[in-house]
Design a protein around this ligand. Structure first.
Ligand code: NDP
Length: 248
């Protein structure tokens, strides 16, 4: 898909690898200046260098999404440097799987803080600058697990379902200001996150996917690119499943 994002600035949290990096590539290929965030400095530097080949203005910046102050400082720095923030992709996320009765309080808190509070923090930090320009595209990465549940992922499923409620509420709040807020719910995508699953579990999942394959990072990136484009200007509060039919 080809769209014109020249002159636009995008922040992609967790853009140093996996789905987030794939999204940054798709946006940068279409002309956007991408600010990717992550915690691991080495990975961030590598990703920044690779993105600059596509669009020299791309940058990597350190961000702990669970820290509101950190998110506000980053949003301010980006706005001051580039004069606008057009696109926010809330992609940073993690898992810490365990069956309910064995799940530690710390596992619950860490996943909710990163996956759900992180989306609140970054959206709150960036929305004020989008409001100034009366334009914005906010795209939150949820998961089909929000709809289907999964044993061992009560924390993750709750965080991803929370993102959907958040998306719909904020979409209503910002609709009059030409800011759209949507979510993408991927199925099983080949990244570090799914790499750590046991082969038996992966085979089990594969048998449940009507299209018969795991998703590629590009499958999610193209959905995000569409939602970030002019073509999607009348779509808000929507959840787009990208799961090869795993969730229908
Ligand atoms: P990866 O584990 O490959 O990458 C996660 C990214 O998020 C990294 O850039 C990581 O940064 C960053 N990150 C994690 N925790 C934090 C934090 N506390 N603060 C800032 N950055 C953080 O994940 P995926 O690419 O697989 O997943 C991306 C998103 O897509 C997640 O929200 C995930 O839940 C969702 N998703 C993934 C699916 C899949 O099958 N892979 C399916 C459905 C949804 P660093 O490198 O510095 O650690």
């Amino acid at each position: 898909m080809k769209v014109d994002l020249k002159g636009q600035t995008a922040i992609i949290t967790g853009g140093s690898r996996g789905i987030g990096y794939g999204i940054a590539v798709a946006l940068a290929e279409n002309g956007a200046t991408c600010i990717i965030t992550g915690r691991n400095e080495e990975r961030l530097k590598q990703a920044e260098k690779a993105l600059q080949v596509l669009e020299p203005s791309c940058r990597g910046m350190h961000l702990q999404v669970e820290n509101l102050k950190n998110a506000e400082t980053l949003a301010k720095a980006v706005y001051e440097k580039y004069g606008r923030i057009d696109i926010l992709v809330n992609n940073a996320g993690m898992t810490s799987d365990q069956l309910l009765l064995r799940m530690q309080e710390e596992q619950w808190d860490r996943v909710i803080e990163t996956n759900l509070k992180g989306v609140f923090n970054c959206t709150k930090a960036v929305a004020r600058y989008m409001l100034k320009k009366r334009y914005g595209r906010i795209i939150n990465i949820s998961s089909v697990i929000a709809f289907m549940g999964n044993p061992g992922q009560a924390n993750y499923a709750a965080s991803k379902a929370g993102i959907i409620g958040f998306t719909k509420a904020v979409a209503r709040e910002l609709a009059r200001k030409q800011i759209t807020v949507n979510a993408v719910a991927p199925g099983y995508i080949q990244t570090d996150m799914t790499e750590k699953m046991e082969q038996k579990a992966k085979d089990g999942i594969l048998s449940l996917i009507p299209q018969g394959r795991l998703g590629r990072v590009e499958d999610v990136a193209q959905a995000v690119l569409f939602l970030a484009s002019e073509a999607a200007s009348y779509i808000t509060g929507h959840v787009l499943n990208v799961s090869g039919g795993l969730y229908i």
